[in-house]
Design a protein around this ligand. Sequence first.
Ligand code: BG6
Length: 368
Amino acid sequence: EKGGHDYFMLKEIEEQPSAIADTLRGHLVEGRIVLDEQRLSDQDLRDVDKVFVVACGTAYHSGLLAKYAIEHWTRLPVEIELASEFRYRDPVLDRSTLVVAISQSGETADTLEALRHAKEQKARVLAICNTNGAQIPRESDAVIYTHAGPEIGVAATKTFTAQVAANYLVGLALAQARGTKYPDEVVREFEQLEAVPQAVEEVLESLGAARALGQELAPSKAVLFLGRHVGFPVALEGALKLKELAYMHAEAFAAGELKHGPIALIEDGLPVVVVMPSPRGRAVLHSKLLSNIQEVKARGARTVVIAETGDETVKPFADHLFELPQVPTLLQPLVATVPLQVIAAEIARARGYDVDKPRNLAKSVTVE
Ligand code: BG6
């Protein structure tokens, strides 16, 4: 049941704190990160010298975030690739390659075929999946299940944030196996993850403002999204939600690229959503993005700014401001994505579309 909500997706957006908490639960046992199913030895994990992440759609955006976390914690090179492209370009794989396949359904044909290709090349395969016993986890050497519960809305919301949490568990498991993090550091990172559901709760309290903004932006022709570092995948996911739900042209750019082309798109009244990094954690990137907001505003854009609470610097340039609780940099996407999900759903609703069943889309696509 929709639990008193206008559409399932809104209920699922509100379930994100428990989706994240349930995904983390049971993965720290006596100070060590454990996976759900593991047919790989500790030595196999230690031998990994390169990671590929393959996924489609929203799962791909969660995979972009895996790259930041795994590289940061393990110093292993990580490549993220759209599953549909992966096996058609002869990627360099061998038994010391770990391929992480992320799929809510566990049945997506593109992702399954990428996984099979990786296995043929002797790579180890780890699945992140929301569906027990689905094909992708069945064919994998190790699994972490996201515990988001069934997702009715075709456009993914709670499974995205749960995937991000699961990706970070992979990063911590690798860091632990490789010794790039001391055991107490791994525990501390895990505890910070465990604090995220509370931060998401705080964001959900300001959902009313996001809904109202969605209504206001509904007549727009297009929306641009800007972000940097972990804010870039958030921007991509915000744009994808808008395409899927509101059938609106939406594009996300790494904000550093603005000056290399997309700034030509800025015109009077164009909504531009900017995902700001923390001024504490990422001061340099923060100042660069602040300049970007000023640049687009000077050209007439209507600025929607997602920023850390207490960030006074953005206020003069934000036509609309969403404040996020202060969380560590890698965890910011888990809170920053939430208002973007709500804005997209509300634009769709204001336009009279079926938020839970967007046209032309299927929840799981089992053809290549
Ligand atoms: C698409 C769905 O077809 O598949 C998206 O409409 C989803 O919402 C993508 O993100 C990947 O699906 P899965 O099940 O592999 O995560």
